[in-house]
Design a binder for this molecule. Structure first.
Ligand code: ADP
Length: 210
């Protein structure tokens, strides 16, 4: 989106409030000449912030404005919004994973192998299910109960937040590990972040607070 000058912001406010309004009337309100304003009006019209109709004047089109915001929101990338991933070794016990979920205040843990590559996802319900059926949670490794590769749905840092939101919805899950391929080990992936329903809701709420 283009950065508007102070004068362009003022013009937008006037047109929003009093439009449709002629260039001459806007110029009078700003105590400027019509000629001085011409470049600003041209920029605002080209950018789609204002619309101009012959003999009617300039007016503000909320739909155009909305479309611009929608395009802006849709183009935000995962990398700028990802949160810190909470990672455990896949040999970690279910008991310790439960403690970790409370300590870190998250809903999902990512399990890695001893080389640090992604190997599983453990959600709250995975832990609850394990806790119902087993008495010795300190002996049970999370690798037995986690969702494993290659069934893990992931997102890359350059994908959009909208891509991430769609993956969460279509797969009925709460979080996605943000990943990149290992440079040293082909086919292995490293976890560099997480995107959750909360991350996306917060990002969209902030963006829409215009
Ligand atoms: P919860 O189980 O607490 O409701 P989720 O809805 O995220 O949390 O998880 C539902 C199931 O999907 C769990 O079995 C979990 O292991 C699995 N899961 C969670 N996230 C992912 C993911 N990114 N890819 C694949 N499976 C996942």
């Amino acid at each position: 989106m283009i950065k508007l000058t102070k004068r362009q912001e003022e013009i937008l406010l006037i047109v929003k409030k009093d439009g449709p309004i002629t260039g001459k009337q806007i110029a009078d309100k700003l105590s400027l000449t019509r000629a001085t304003l011409r470049p600003d009006l041209a920029i605002l019209t080209m950018a789609g912030s204002l619309e101009a109709k012959p003999r009617v004047g300039y007016y503000f089109n909320p739909n155009t404005e909305l479309k611009k915001h929608a395009a802006d929101i849709a183009s935000q990338i995962v990398n700028d919004y990802k949160a810190h991933p909470i990672v455990v070794q896949k040999s970690t016990s279910v008991y310790d994973a439960i403690v970790q979920i409370f300590l870190e205040d998250v809903g999902t843990l990512y399990a890695v192998d001893k080389n640090g590559f992604l190997s599983g996802v453990i959600s709250r319900k995975d832990l609850l299910r394990a806790a119902i059926g087993n008495t010795n949670l300190e002996e049970l490794p999370v690798s037995v109960i986690m969702t494993r590769m290659p069934n893990i749905v992931t997102v890359k840092p350059e994908e959009t937040l909208l891509d991430a939101a769609k993956k969460l919805i279509h797969n009925h899950i709460d979080s996605l590990p943000v990943v990149r391929e290992s440079e040293t080990e082909p086919n292995m992936i490293e976890v560099i972040g997480r995107i959750t329903k909360t991350t996306i809701t917060r990002a969209y709420a902030e963006m829409l607070e215009i």
